[in-house]
Design a protein around this ligand. Structure first.
Ligand code: 4AD
Length: 434
């Protein structure tokens, strides 16, 4: 009878049975008669026990020479083991070493500098901590998609090449596009989602976006993934409610499905358990007053910096929504507040524990004349926005939307010090390798 190939996550269901295991040896310890192989297969970690008495002199001597990150196929028996975090171990009966590295694996348990680890990101991905982080990222993205499908949104994939700058002209990647001339890598898919929401009502996207930002901070990537949503007829208020519900759903599902990864990352779960809608809200004007009282030298009209955001958010256990910023601190497309046209109907959501802005949002200008004026004030070329202006000519309606930064969300939920670990291959100011 041929044996079944079983993944680590399912081993507990095969106690006492013979199985095939396909994976890698990430570490090894051996004595005269017994070797402890630390195995992984992409679904978890398990210990393999190899004994000289069962395997014979020759095989056991090969096992003792196994280098870290050898790939192996094992025939073995699953045995209950109460000391193991997954409750089982594998008694090795036969082993096939597919690839024994010719040299020692460069990443070991000792401390490595971050430059070395980033240079070896293609291998660093295999380390336990990195494995857990990207497993959480996977669950976050799954929850994001689910949230929209559960709420009757339609996925609209927005383009990467665009002639219409979506945010600000200062940090675009410019590309010569055949005879067309200069185009940009998308900073956002928002403008296209605005078009699509007039066809489908509730729409979302999820994809990479690009900002040639010269900022070398813990929160900035050059290429980052954003989830954006846009809804026809939604007001600023509806928009904020939607954001709260999305974040609450993500946290609920991650706690349900990825708790073991968060525990492995030493994340304080009790802090995440408190993240349930509704979230605290304050206006930008109130935020400036709070900061001034705390001694910050900030004037009404200044944008909030990272240190301001951290200070404001540190007063709450849940994400803080700051709304109604001055129009000059924000993008051209935001709808002025009818009660005070100096501010716009926008909000930023600031994550707790110093993780900064995870969401940028607003109601959009839906009247053509106001939009034209804002394009002019922002020195953006009207010709590139003819199609966008059409949306205000043909059945325009109030509409609102937002963008959620995936890596900042991953960094917050996993409790990471730096955003570069929140994405498989980070593109930062000084790094595009590997
Ligand atoms: O606030 P931003 O710039 O908003 C937009 O792009 C809107 N067009 C979205 C929309 O309304 N459809 O960016 C949204 C989020 C930020 O809150 C932040 O989480 C993330 O994207 N973000 C970055 N993440 C990593 N590195 C960067 N350089 C980022 N810039 C923005």
């Amino acid at each position: 009878m041929s044996l079944s190939w079983i993944y680590t996550k399912d081993l507990k269901n095969f106690i006492g049975q013979k199985i095939i295991y396909k994976g890698w040896v990430w570490n090894k310890r051996s004595s005269g008669k017994i070797a402890f192989l630390q195995l992984r297969d992409g679904t978890g970690f398990v210990q393999g026990i190899a004994e000289k008495s069962t395997l014979g002199e020759d095989v056991f001597s090969d096992i003792k020479k196994i280098r870290n990150e050898s790939s192996v196929i094992i025939e073995g028996e699953v045995q209950k083991d109460d000391r193991s975090p997954i409750g089982v171990e594998i008694i090795v009966k036969k082993i096939d070493i597919l690839n024994q590295p010719e040299e020692d694996y460069p990443i070991s348990n000792k401390e490595h500098g971050i430059d070395f680890l980033m240079e070896n990101r293609h291998l660093w991905l295999r380390s336990r901590r990195q494995f857990h982080i990207l497993a959480v990222r996977n669950e976050i993205i799954k929850a994001v998609r689910e949230f929209y499908y559960n709420n009757n949104f339609t996925l609209i994939d927005t383009p990467i090449f665009t002639g219409s700058i979506g945010e600000s002209a200062g940090n675009t990647f410019d590309i010569e596009y055949f005879d067309y001339g200069k185009v940009y890598l998308a900073q956002t898919g928002q403008l296209y989602l605005e078009a699509a929401c007039m066809a489908h009502g509730k729409v979302f996207n999820l994809g990479p976006t690009f900002r040639a930002e010269k900022s070398k901070t813990r929160r900035h990537l050059i290429e980052f993934w954003m989830n954006e949503a846009e809804v026809a007829y939604y007001t600023h208020e509806d928009n904020m409610n939607l954001q709260e519900n999305l974040i609450s759903y993500i946290i609920e599902k991650v706690l349900e499905r990825a708790k073991e990864h968060l525990i492995a990352l030493d994340r304080d779960i009790s802090k995440l358990e408190k993240i349930k809608a509704p979230f605290p809200r304050m206006t930008y004007t109130q935020a400036v007053e709070v900061l001034q009282k705390k001694g910050y030298s900030i004037e009404w009209g200044d944008d909030l910096g990272a240190e301001h955001e951290t200070e404001l958010a540190s007063q709450y256990e849940k994400p803080l929504i700051v709304e109604k910023y001055p129009k000059n601190a924000k993008a051209f497309y935001m709808q002025p507040d009818p009660e005070n046209p100096e501010v716009v109907l926008c909000d930023d959501m600031l994550a707790p524990e110093g993780y900064g802005e995870i969401i940028g949002a607003s109601e959009r200008i839906w009247e053509k004349e106001i939009l034209l004026k804002r394009l002019e004030e922002s020195k953006l070329p009207k010709e590139e926005y003819e199609w966008y202006l059409d949306l205000r000519k043909f059945g325009s309606v109030p509409h609102s939307g937002f963008g959620l930064g995936i890596e900042r969300t991953v960094a917050w939920i996993c409790g990471l010090n730096h955003i570069r670990e929140a994405i498989p291959f980070a593109r930062t100011l000084y790094r595009v390798y590997p």
